[in-house]
Design a protein around this ligand. Sequence first.
Ligand SMILES: Cc1cc2nc3c(=O)[nH]c(=O)nc-3n(C[C@H](O)[C@H](O)[C@H](O)COP(=O)(O)O)c2cc1C
Length: 245
Amino acid sequence: MSSGIGNEFMRGTRIGVQPEPDQQKGLSPPPLQRPYDPSRPTVALPKAANLVIPPADLRTIMAQRRTLRDYARTPLTLDELSFLLWCCQGVQSADDNRTLRPVPSAGARHAFETYVLVNNIVGAAPGLYRFVALEHLLVEENMAVTIADDVVKACRNQRQIKAAAVALIWTADAYRMTHRYGERGYRYLHLDAGHACQNLYLAAEALGCGVCAIAAFDDDALNGVLGLDGESQFALYAATVGRRK
Ligand SMILES: Cc1cc2nc3c(=O)[nH]c(=O)nc-3n(C[C@H](O)[C@H](O)[C@H](O)COP(=O)(O)O)c2cc1C
């Protein structure tokens, strides 16, 4: 993690000793989602409400959940990807101030962007996309043929990133959280990330897939691959998904 963010988080924060957050000063909040360039190609995702997902028993899913790093080579469908993205970051409702999603978030700030490294999805070419949650679509970010290798390298050569049908990388848009909570918001970002990834684990299980959470990465390298400054926007957590063999 870059030094500025790391220091702020590591200092620890006790309610009552922080400077007043910007929200309390009456400053306007940032947008609910990082804008994207509408001239870039997009991939429409099937609407979550229309997806037919096999019924699954929650207790069985909980009991079965296990980290999986070795995947079948069969692709996931766009329906399945849409469902997975909806479960961990999809938008159920939005107003000017907040979104509500299948995952909880401190103050409903939902301060993440989700990068989607597509390796093997029917209907989406391999490459790096960003999930535009408010519109439930993917926008192309980096379609270089080396992009998957670049992500693998930034993640300490964890080969499951390339073997998986898809890898998600959650990045923090820090001010969406700190506007309301000040420094303590950094703690909440990390807690929120756990919720997102846990939903992914459980949703993938329901599809006969497995997940591997990934936090062992070189912060500067991964931020560099994603084109993030590492201060206002930074990679926080990632996960791979693929079908069980
Ligand atoms: C915060 C966090 C970070 C993790 N990072 C990695 C990682 O970088 N690479 C990896 O192979 N597994 C990673 N894992 C997966 C754990 O190794 C795994 O959850 C653990 O061995 C327990 O196995 P289980 O998930 O099957 O119960 C991570 C898990 C968590 C919760």
